[in-house]
Design a protein around this ligand. Sequence first.
Ligand SMILES: Nc1ncnc2c1ncn2[C@@H]1O[C@H](COP(=O)(O)OP(=O)(O)OP(=O)(O)O)[C@@H](O)[C@H]1O
Length: 623
Amino acid sequence: MSKREFQTEVSQLLQLIIHSLYSHPEIFLRELISNSSDALDKLRHLTLTDDVYKALLFNPRIDLELDEENGTLTISDTGIGMNEEDLVSHLGTIARSGTKNFLAQLSGDAKKDSNLIGQFGVGFYSAFMVADKIEVVSRKAGEEQAWRWVSDGKTGFEIEPAERAVAGTTILLHFNEEGKQYANSWRLQEVVKKYSNHIAFPIFLTYDKSSWNEPEKKSEKTRTTEQVNVASALWRRPKNELTEEDYKELYKSISGDSQDPLFWFHTRAEGTLDYTTLFYIPSKAPLDLYQAEYKVGVKLYVKRVFIMDDAKELLPQYLRFVRGIIDSEDLPLNVSREILQQNRVLTSIRTASVKKILSELKSIAANDPEKYLAFIKEYNRPLKEGLYGDYANRETLLDLVRFKSTKADGLTSLAEVKSRMKEGQKAIYYITGGAESLLSKSPLLEIYRKKDFEVLILDDEIDEIVFSGVDKYGDLDIKAVNKASTSEDLKDDAEAETTNVEALKPLLDKLKTTLGDRVKDVRVSVRLADSPSCIVSDEEEPSMQMQQMMRAMGQKEFPATKPTLEINPDHEIVKKLLAHSDGAVTEDAAWMLFDQALLMEGVPLQDPAIFVQRLNRILSLSI
Ligand SMILES: Nc1ncnc2c1ncn2[C@@H]1O[C@H](COP(=O)(O)OP(=O)(O)OP(=O)(O)O)[C@@H](O)[C@H]1O
């Protein structure tokens, strides 16, 4: 028998599990049954597609055997099995990024951590919540030798050759104190029904069934085997035969989530292509939503046979929070990942699925705004990613995304913004680049406030990138207020007349010479009311905050573009400067107008010492 140590992360995880952080230890059974079901799926797939396995007898089943007296339970399957190498690597290390991330996020606060663990699910290792010793005997399909893996879940495990009549895996749990409650057939049936009722394979329970022997007037126990789950591919049944509970149960068994889903969309398509889709939206965004290695939530089936659950091409990336099933009649069973990428059938299913999900969301938004708000709270951001990547569905996505705005409490839709537009307002306006508190005080908004035009406050860091590519909502323009050209819409003919640009020209020239190559241009603004100055960028160029953000993210060579300084001809300072001829003061004032405009945009000063010197010079003149 050879002894092995657990990988450090496994020991860490086991420590947590054994100290019973998790509040529903019953999920151990769901995890083990789901592993067995995966193992059966894998073997079924091989027997259908791989000549080497075609001759194998495939008799898929999962067996639970309860020994109440000794406090043990075995979970056996006739699935793909594991050889020595598999046992060592699968049940001694953690390969899944989800679990690693989970460990990295632990705070040490037992309460918070137990919530976290609930959202991750810890797979096989969760069995150590209820067992102080676990023995696994497994034989890999196509191999003769079986192996036994034994561990107390503390330091490591032992492994030795063993025997098993057919391929598959048997897991023997020796229940601990916590686990004793599961050494009960009624309890086991309840847990199987709750989490694994719709596992596609039959689950049998063998136990000592009590019955009343009338002639002898005593209770007797008979060893009995009964099927405890319904084992149907529930998604293939007509909608009207399914209850809310059925849907919720299936969701929990395929997603591992312990909460109910927010909503689900079940579709059966017949015609050129035959397929069924059942999509769920989790009520809380998956914790790996913003990680590159996110876990795919949609499983692909072909004619009820499980094919894969890690194909990122089933749905576009921005819908990675969707959980569920795609079951196609038209794909070949041996479809590989490479084939999937350019498969016409899958492309059609995917296109129709996206349309379906988005149109269902749209109708929820219209018919149940409160529920929709719960959805948007979790998923507004991925939908915005869709605006960036999914051109074909942009119009629908624009209707689905919600925004903060200068005129609405909470969140608002573009349709609402459109309905509130004022006479003379030519476009939908937005401001990006920084926190809401900074944006809502930006001098760039002054003219909009004066004209009573609504401005969307886009304070999410991805907003600038996303919305720089979105310039229309229907036939309405969508414009950033910090772009030079946006002010063209704001000019009132009457105002333009009164501003005497000619008279300001010498001042503009002077400011421009002083600021030199820090600015592209200096010009008269129509967008300012109370502030003396602001900075804007050209249409095609990233804003100053965006440039700053890209550099902070390590893109040192991000090309620096120069902003345009706009000054407010009606402001006291500008009027005085016009009258003032002292060169030194004008120079200081030029820099102060520029620096304060940058500060208001949240861009830090290049040289605070010089700024302070100038400020002090000006202060001393005014006192
Ligand atoms: N009954 C089984 N038959 C064959 N292989 C198994 C069985 N149980 C576990 N394994 C192997 O051990 C691996 C680790 O299992 P574990 O439950 O820890 O994680 P997982 O199932 O991969 O992830 P998740 O629980 O998030 O789906 C599995 O991926 C599988 O390869």
